[in-house]
Design a protein around this ligand. Structure first.
Ligand SMILES: [Cu+2]
Length: 148
């Protein structure tokens, strides 16, 4: 009976928390359905604190997800080539992601978690990175324009 009460209480607490943490997939693609190439797909992702974002290599081309910028207090990450990497989003803010191999080709992504408190910092870092790109120089800017 005690176990039942404890379980009931835990379920009640869990339900009162509202939404359940989600698993969100961002593909790393050489050729994407929207005709773009060398891209994270989607380029912009919105998540909640507690969600997990997994970067999945859809085609093998050495795609490697690494964090370029994370909000203060959040952990950065460095994936391995052609290997999925899962990142639990524990802090609110804007995360900038690049493919280590194709960053100069504009293979980048933006993940927004909750409120974008560090948006100005993210815009500066994205502009500095975009200046080094050979193609798709506007990808970061377009993705950051979706941050609300
Ligand atoms: Cu890549």
């Amino acid at each position: 009976m005690k176990t039942f009460k404890t379980t009931f209480l835990l379920v009640a607490i869990f339900l009162s928390m509202g939404s359940v943490a989600a698993n969100i997939e961002v593909k790393m693609m050489t050729a994407a359905p929207d005709k773009t190439s060398l891209t994270f797909y989607p380029v912009y992702t919105k998540a909640k604190v507690g969600d997990t974002v997994t970067f999945v290599p859809e085609q093998k081309a050495g795609h490697t997800s690494i964090s370029l910028l994370v909000p203060p207090g959040a952990e950065s990450w460095q994936g391995k080539p052609d290997t999925p990497v899962s990142v639990k989003m524990t802090k609110e803010g804007v995360y900038l992601v690049v493919c280590q191999v194709h960053r100069t080709m504009g293979m980048v992504a933006v993940v927004q978690v909750g409120k974008p408190a560090n948006l100005e910092e993210a815009k500066k870092a994205a502009a500095a990175e975009s200046a080094k790109m050979l193609i798709n120089k506007d990808r970061f800017e377009k993705a950051l324009a979706m941050v609300k």
